[in-house]
Design a protein around this ligand. Structure first.
Ligand code: ADP
Length: 416
């Protein structure tokens, strides 16, 4: 009995445990065949194992006798012993007793934690009086042991089923998520493409408008009066801004679609910066702002895309111009101390940027909501492009600034 108990406790899955318990019960009391039933929530009996010692597992349905005896054992919780069904007043007239020639029958309840969870039934057809009180006690003790293991295994099965169901749900959710992700990526790609095409197609007509306005403004088609000239100039400014915006949008979509490729070549940095400084000098600096350069003539050679790095620096200079009313704006550069890169920067004495916004201004479409920004034109794309371009060079860009104390935009380009 101890061995059986141990073996049953070790079997964690319900089905093999039930078969094992049934077989052992048959051996234990020397019965021919037996049924093991579990009580369902609705009170019905689930015939889990039907086993014959000679034939093995049985397909045949349970018969009327075993069902009525099992029902009674489950209902009363009392073990039952019938020495000879044929001469038992309750069952002798039953068809199945006569047909099956049932003689010796025994059944014991499966009880766990005070609850009946099923029963074990064994029988012998060949002879009457095969089972006695000792056998019934043995079967009852065995049933008590088995019930504990069966209850545990049932719990284990239920937990496993729950885990399996939950895992299936999660897998399904995961598949849905993947599908939505693929769809979102595709939708985003289409939007980016559309964005890029619109920006591209706007550029040509805007350029024609600007040339026409330029020619008008320069009096090519006759002198203009002051009012006319003022409106032509406003229109030129607005058109230039629209052209710059479409260029930014076009660049960003090309970065997003992986279509913007750098044309890098070794560039002597000092002469290159001198040229950019010269272009920067042509910007409309106010009287009260001095534009200066501060870099040595012997900066190292750096591999870069001249057009794109010029674009970055001019973007920073245009911003400095926008946000500085008086003082100075300086384009500066120096090799890094550990000599594996060069630092290039634009420092101004303008309105500055609140400390907690110095990261966010590099995000797309992010603009600070201050009075000066509102009065200046911009779409919040310039710094996002600068960051993309610098990072494509393997460098990084950031700003050091305090509100009201100017801003110092810096980026590092790696050497080699
Ligand atoms: P925008 O085209 O609007 O200027 P940017 O990406 O170039 O877009 O800049 C984003 C925001 O960063 C600006 O709206 C402004 O608030 C802030 N900013 C950029 N440069 C400066 C600067 N030199 N001084 C103060 N604020 C700045």
């Amino acid at each position: 009995m101890l061995d059986l108990s141990r073996k049953m406790a070790e079997t964690r899955q319900l089905s093999p445990l039930l078969t094992y318990a049934m077989q052992e019960a048959l051996d234990l009391v020397n019965a021919e065949r037996g049924f093991l039933v579990l009580l369902q929530d609705d009170g019905s009996l689930d015939f889990r194992v039907k086993f014959d010692r000679e034939e093995g597992p049985l397909d045949s349905a349970d018969d009327q006798i075993s069902t009525s005896i099992l029902n009674e054992v489950v209902r009363t919780g009392e073990p039952t012993l019938i020495r000879d069904a044929l001469s038992n007043h309750r069952f002798a007239s039953s068809d199945s007793v006569i047909q099956l020639r049932l003689r010796s029958v025994m059944a014991a309840p499966l009880a766990s934690r005070g609850e009946i969870i099923g029963a074990i039934y064994v029988e012998n057809r060949s002879a009457a009086g095969i089972f006695n009180e000792d056998d019934l006690m043995l079967l009852t003790i065995f049933a008590n042991q088995a019930a504990v293991s069966i209850a545990n295994a049932a719990l284990n099965d239920e937990l496993e089923a729950r885990v399996a169901a939950r895992t299936a749900e999660l897998e399904q959710a995961m598949r849905q998520l993947e599908q939505s992700w693929i769809e979102a990526v595709e939708a985003n790609r289409l939007r980016t493409e559309l964005f890029g095409n619109v920006a591209h197609d706007l550029r040509a007509p805007l350029t024609i408008i600007l040339s026409a306005l330029d020619m008008l403004g320069e009096g090519l088609w006759g002198e203009l009066n002051d009012d006319q000239l003022e409106w032509i100039n406003k229109a030129r400014d607005a058109t230039r801004h629209a052209i710059a915006l479409t260029a930014d949008m076009f660049d960003l979509t090309r970065v997003d679609m992986g279509q913007l490729e750098l044309e890098r070549q070794p560039v002597e940095l000092s002469p290159f910066l001198a040229k950019v400084y010269k272009v920067g000098k042509a910007l409309p600096w106010p009287e009260a702002v001095s534009f200066q350069a501060d870099f040595p003539p012997d900066l190292p050679q750096v591999s870069l895309d001249e057009t794109r790095i010029r674009q970055v620096i001019l973007n920073l200079l245009t911003n400095a111009l926008k946000f500085t009313r008086e003082g100075s704006v300086t384009l500066y550069a120096h090799p890094l101390e550990d000599e594996d890169g060069v630092l290039i920067g634009v420092v101004d004495t303008g309105v500055g940027i609140p400390e907690d916004k110095t990261e966010r201004i590099f995000e797309r479409f992010y603009q600070l909501n201050n009075e000066l920004v509102r009065s200046r034109k911009g779409a919040g794309l310039g710094l996002a492009i600068c960051r993309d371009l610098v990072e494509m060079h393997g460098g990084r860009i950031w700003v050091e600034s305090y509100e009201g104390e100017g801003a110092n935009f810096k980026f590092v380009l790696p050497l080699g």
